[in-house]
Write a protein that binds this ligand. Structure first.
Ligand SMILES: *Cc1c(COP(=O)(O)O)cnc(C)c1O
Length: 332
């Protein structure tokens, strides 16, 4: 299952769906009905799995379009069952089980009873069982015990053969843990070339490069403040390149003052002062002839996006999904 929620992690939902459609996928994983519609409107007919709980008002469309929900309560199951009965066609659904995420799924103490009730719902076909790992990139001990619990649950509910699709692993899970009896995985971040676990980064290649251009080059004298709040003041004459990108494009303002660099003229150039909405100033004193129009890499092959996320005090998922529509997407 290719997880393409949030506009394929900011990479462009339609473009990524079209790029992956020939890869033998079972499902595209999306967050909501709006994203499911966009995939269909792009002419992609791969099955669609809804990763989270659905709102009641969306369910008629889900049934009519044969998208696959995961169930967390008997109430939603009953609703889907009624809608599927009215439509006259059974709906394939997956059982979500909460093995530690605390966000959705049946709680373990209700599971056996709920399963018995679900199996009596005539228009629901329970074809899968899914759960989610909250700490696969942070807590190995917990994750191991969680994975063991997931497989125990499958045994208690009738064994692997009872469920056509058994899925638990996200990117970190897929990279670092055994799949056990799982026969489907739900990678997101790693599809876009970033490993949640640094040790596996060399297996992946970055997909997104964020670039801008130099818009201005000037030499500021010593003692000159740079950017809002004058947090940086030059101590010597400094060649400052202004770049046409800022937090209005999704480049994180929180890297300000954290020693972050951009890639310009084949080298790292430090960001000076605060990131502004549309412009960023960097020290280009060590560069050769930097000119207006020169390309600047904000992150990509030379400036790892993990580094930017870390300096901004956040995660790569948020950096990717935060790149705003103002940034022109170019696909190769
Ligand atoms: C977002 C999401 C994933 C993908 O997670 P990554 O860490 O990006 O691989 C998998 N499963 C569920 C339920 C999700 O919400």
């Amino acid at each position: 299952m290719a997880v393409v929620k949030a506009g394929a992690y900011g990479h462009g939902l339609e473009e990524v769906a079209n790029a992956l459609v020939g890869e033998n996928l079972i499902f595209f994983g999306v967050a909501n009905v709006g994203e499911a519609r966009r995939i269909r409107n792009a002419g992609v007919n791969t099955r669609i799995y809804l990763l989270g709980a659905t709102w009641a008002g969306e369910r008629e469309e889900i049934v009519a379009r044969n998208w696959t929900p995961c169930l967390s309560t008997l109430e939603e199951a009953e609703h889907f069952n009624r809608l599927a009965a009215a439509a006259g066609t059974p709906l394939k659904v997956h059982l979500a089980v909460d093995t530690g995420m605390g966000r959705g799924g049946f709680l373990l103490d209700q599971l056996a009873d709920s399963m018995a009730v679900l199996e009596r719902m005539e228009y629901l076909e329970i074809e899968g069982i899914g759960s989610h790992l909250p700490s696969a990139d942070e807590d190995e001990e917990f994750t191991r015990s969680q994975i063991a619990r997931y497989h125990e649950i499958i045994e208690q509910l009738g064994g692997p053969a009872r469920f056509k699709w058994r899925h638990l692993l996200n990117s970190a899970g897929l990279l670092a843990y055994d799949r056990g009896t799982c026969n489907l995985a739900r990678p997101g971040l790693m599809l876009y070339g970033v490993s949640p676990l640094p040790a596996y980064q060399d297996r992946l290649a970055t997909v997104m490069t964020l670039k801008s251009r130099v818009t201005l080059v000037r030499t500021l004298p010593a003692g000159h403040g740079v950017s809002y709040g004058r947090q940086f003041v030059t101590t010597k004459p400094t060649r400052v390149a202004t770049i046409g990108i800022g937090y209005g494009d999704g480049y994180p303002r929180h890297v300000s003052g954290k020693g972050s660099d951009v890639w310009l003229d084949g080298r790292r150039c430090p960001i000076l002062g605060r990131v502004t909405m549309d412009q960023i100033m960097v020290d280009a004193s060590e560069c050769g002839d930097v000119m207006e129009g020169d390309e600047v890499e904000m992150f990509g092959p030379n400036i790892p996006v993990n580094e930017i996320a870390e300096k901004a005090g956040t995660i790569v998922w948020e950096i990717f999904t935060g790149i705003t529509p103002r940034v022109v997407r170019c696909y190769r």
